[in-house]
Design a protein around this ligand. Structure first.
Ligand code: PGA
Length: 256
């Protein structure tokens, strides 16, 4: 399986800054065959960046998309409009769940809309600090996973990527903590177990699972060697070009 290194730029960079970053990134990267490098810029930058990008080296992801393809939905951008511009879309990120109140039902519709439009959804799931403290991690993971995938046909499971992002480890969370490889390994096992029970063991094994939460160039190697982890979803550190390219280098090294 490929290793995925996904940079989530969130609400950062102007279109011009995004373009300069991408230019430098493309220049510094050789063609990594087994490493899928993806950046998720702001929606407004996707169109110009899609013309600039070399898809052999880097792919684009949307940070969101709407679940209906067209209609009276002021302010929304659909996956049918994103089709062809991006290869991936981050869906159900905790910032959208908790700040914008997206629930599993909406997340599920977005996952389905992405697949319908040939965009690979990166479905984000993860427990909050208090859910973990109350011993609810397994239930939250199960609910978000089953809920988020509820509109995905069994045959389409291979079109989905899961990102485990414990909310308490995301760098922008107040007093964020660093997740240990053991903590991640335990939840990755839960994810495969739920997928296995729902879709069968073999299809479950083939779903890429990424980890995200305060990943940087120093801890990327440890996270990438957690059994069952197939890549990283990186926020803050992906905004610093050297840090991001160091993580890509690490991925190439530890997963060679
Ligand atoms: P972080 O963000 O790497 O800054 O913790 C990860 C994310 O929110 O996707």
């Amino acid at each position: 399986m490929k290793t995925y290194i996904v940079g989530n730029w969130k609400l950062n960079f102007t279109v011009g800054e995004s373009s300069i970053y991408l230019h430098k990134l493309l220049k510094s990267l050789p063609n990594y065959r087994d490493t899928e490098v993806v950046v998720a810029p702001s929606l407004i930058a996707l169109q110009p960046l899609s013309l600039q990008i070399d898809r052999h080296k880097v792919k684009l992801a949307a940070q969101n998309g709407f679940y209906r393809d067209y209609g009276a939905f002021t302010g929304e951008v659909s996956f049918s409009q994103l089709r062809g511009l991006v290869d991936y879309a981050i869906i159900g990120h905790s910032e959208r769940r908790y700040i914008l109140r997206e629930d599993d039902k909406m997340v599920a519709k977005k996952v389905a809309a992405a697949i319908r439009n040939k965009v690979t959804p990166i479905l984000c799931i993860g427990e909050t600090e208090s859910e973990r403290a109350f011993g609810e991690t397994a239930d939250v993971i199960r609910d978000q996973l089953i809920g988020g995938l509820s509109e995905v046909a069994d045959d389409d499971l291979h079109k989905v990527i899961i990102a485990y992002e414990p909310v308490w480890a995301i760098s922008s969370t107040k007093a964020a903590k660093i997740a240990t490889p053991d903590e991640i390994s335990e939840v990755v096992k839960m994810i495969r177990k739920v997928l296995g029970e729902t879709y069968g063991e073999k299809p479950a094994e083939n779903v890429p699972i990424l980890f995200g939460g305060s990943v940087n160039a120093s801890n990327a190697g440890a996270y990438l060697t957690v059994p069952g982890v197939n890549g990283l979803l990186i926020g803050g550190s992906s905004l610093i070009l050297n840090e991001f390219t160091d993580i890509i280098e690490t991925a190439k090294r530890v997963r060679a």
